[in-house]
Design a protein around this ligand. Sequence first.
Ligand code: ZN
Length: 451
Amino acid sequence: MSKIMQLVVINISLLITTLSYSQNTISINEYTIAVILQDTALSIDASLSIENCKQQSYMLFNSDISDYVLRTNDNNFNYIHKNDTLFINSSIDSVRLNIAYNIPWDRDTCLIVEDELQRIRKSDEFQVFFERYYRWYPLLYDNFSNYKLSVTTNSSFGVFAYTSADSIISSGNRKTYFYNFYDEDIPFLISKLDVFNYKTIKYKGTNFNFYFLENTKRLLEVKNNKPIFTVDSIKVDSINNHIYNRCIRITQWYQNNLKQKEIKNIDFIESTSPHMGGFGLNNLIYLNTQMINYDLYYKYQISHEIGHIWLGLNTKYKEVGRNFMSESINEYVNLLLYEDFFGKQEFDKLLKKEFISSSSHFSCSLKEVLNIRKNFNLNNQEQVNIDVLIYKKGPLFLNEFRNKIGKEIFLKIINDTYTQEKKLITLSDFESNIKKHNCWKAYLELFELKL
Ligand SMILES: [Zn+2]
């Protein structure tokens, strides 16, 4: 995920200690969310089948959701929704809960895209971005491990998720996409399809599908430290062609340097959503216009997101080193790509300017980097510091490690760590592969450094 997103301050308080409820956690057997895109609202219907649900239980439930209708099969059921927790008292062990609410189309909902070009937004031009930190998402993580999601839209819209839909059912001019998700996060985008200037390029068995916006702006050049943009469609097309080729080259680099994957499709989706700079999850690369323009200048943003096809997925949520495994390693491998593309001199320049200088206001140990985790309860400055640890200091420690053991062995360790059959990758997987390649001593030396 990008830096831009992490700057968004979201007030999620995960545990309430002021109420006298004990730690009665429930287990959720089945969790189904049906999302229907309607003319003036998103209608959300969450259905849960809960076990071990007795007196004084609780589950994490998004505080941004209000005005919902809650139905249950327990006549004596009562609940208090406070902050991000739903405290429940139930008279039976197995309860079915149904929570229904609407999210109206409104600029304040955080769901509708602001148009960067300040054109008057026509109602037929929008995209809706879903991500767990925003207000739509009913149940927060920690309660579940898998759930079924269906999204119904009219057929002029497309639904883009990080995994392809298990099935799509059409009925009249409505389409429903069915998914089964296992991860803590289920980002996806609903977008009007005719906003895109769609282009697909087939290269070595992979379809590169570019859903770039028809009305967008691109960075033309930087003059006297000022960016100059163009909205001219011929110029935008020519810049886009350059980006398409770049995306293919980047993907080939990962295919050649990490384990080769059979990839049938990669979808690149452009959005103007201000909430998220970009992300890569499986074969979905989501890029906002601003990030695409950053990449035209800095040249290491899009490659970070593409790197997530190989690295950083499915890292265990509660483990030490979680964000190091999910982001720092991906960012450092991305820098190795940068080095191959632009040479050692440019690599050193980038490292100095964007990593060393920009994080020189404090120094830290590797242990601190491993222990840090993203936390959306914090204020803006605290979040920025967490990002410095994850995105700057983490790669700097990895650079020290690479300098000790060499690029080739470094990439072997990374490959062996992230290509295991098991679903969740942890720091201990990384460490056991370091031992396997006889680099343990060099790794331990990193803990004596302050960077
Ligand atoms: Zn990332």
